[in-house]
Ligand binder design. Sequence first.
Ligand code: SF4
Ligand code: SF3
Length: 542
Amino acid sequence: MFCFQCQETAGCKGCTQVGVCGKKPEVAAMQDLLIYVTKGLSAVTTRLRAEGKKVSAQVNHLVTLNLFVTITNANFDREAIVARIRETLSVKQELLSRLDSKEGLPEAAGWNGDPSDFDAKAKGVGVLATENEDVRSLRELITYGLKGLAAYEKHANVLGGEDESIDAFVQSALSRLLDDSLTAEDLTALTLETGKYGVAGMALLGKANTGRYGNPELTKVSLGVCKNPAILISGHDLKDLEMLLEQTQGTGVDVYTHGEMLPAHYYPKFKKYANFVGNYGNAWWKQKEEFEQFNGPVLLTTNCLVPPKDSYKSRVFTTGAVGFPGCPHIDAAADGTKDFTPLIEMAKKCPAPTELEQGQIVGGFAHEQVFALADKVVEAVKSGAIRKFVVMAGCDGRMKSREYYTEFAKALPKDTVILTAGCAKYKYIKLQEELGDIGGIPRVLDAGQCNDSYSLALIALKLKEVFGLADVNELPIVYNIAWYEQKAVIVLLALLHLGVKNIHLGPTLPAFLSPNVAKVLVENFGIGGITNVEDDIRTMIG
Ligand code: SF4
Ligand code: SF3
């Protein structure tokens, strides 16, 4: 196997024996093949569109889910991935028969095989199949961006949000990744175009979320526990949460959020559920201890799943793109509904969660809530009470070096405000009291999930307008972003598309950036790594 798509890749180079995430070589092989056949399918759909023919939403959704399934910590179930490869091949065969011309299609578009061929084929289609280091780097950078984009699209799709132009782009980009005639310059341009569609994808999801659940608003989320048995829901899928809350009404079972589901509490629509009681635990990587102590069933709606310990494995349920062998998977019916009865029945027989902590988190500072405070914020900037905003969005992870982010947050001067989104927040969100506020504005403002980084971008664009600036980089905003998986890649590409420069990315730069590609990012966008808290505060804050 060879995989270097996440920040924790072995030795900052690549996982070759087994994933640091727990992904086994036989699963990695099927993920490589799934990406390959999805590129092949995309070459066919792109040709169909060029011939003026329609591609169905079902096919678009197949592509997005295939990409999502291969995201770090989503799916460890080889059989589930094999089934997706088979479905993709069969859909592709059908679409091929609709083409007027198959001339010039890449090899992947024509490849077919049955499961006994899959392992042999997978060996030749992984990351290392591209020999040129820079082309490989750009191809993977784009692929990872597309994976992140697909994840956001899928969440929008389940809420009825559709944008065919994004699907057409994703599929045409995937098919172009098979084209050996593309130069490094072509691929650099495609990377930036991916960022443009990243903005569109996050906007689509933002609209789908707020259209159905209202605009996030200032909210206090409890961290303690109640006496009832309960279900813990993790991941990013708000529709799954809605269905779970509906089905648990009147059952005596409470619902808690974990990790990236925390921001669901900020949406007005979810506040009507009395059994939606609080957030339990921290970011994804602490789940081994926290799921153990939760005592009840856990629903993983998306990444990040850590291979579960036997002691609680029977309580872990997966749905959507997530899978793990031996953990029950809740499938959606044809109309998209899911039946969470098995979790509810199990919860009733489980003890209530063991308390981990007490207290609360204050969040809900997505753009509408911040715009509502705009006068106050603008005044604070004008008077000098707020010197700088520091965007600290992205992911958390298990590396010890990430303690940097806690120390950085603590060491920031008192006239700075942190804007956060994504599970990166867990490194400092519980220090809110210690960090204090500036004239009533908390010094840590949480917009929401990683996709709500888009909301932070809207805040920046609004401030640019209010202050009458020509360039978003003239604002008193600096970016110190932590990344882990591929959703952070699309967030980064989206920020680059919006013209944001001088982003600091840590705790390490991606292993998939070749020296030359890294150089392009440094020279054109001022992207840099992190060093130590003291020096970085001097560089970023002055
Ligand atoms: Fe390694 Fe990350 Fe790939 Fe897992 S996802 S195999 S940890 S690079
Ligand atoms: Fe976290 Fe996996 Fe990235 Fe959505 S849940 S931010 S790491």
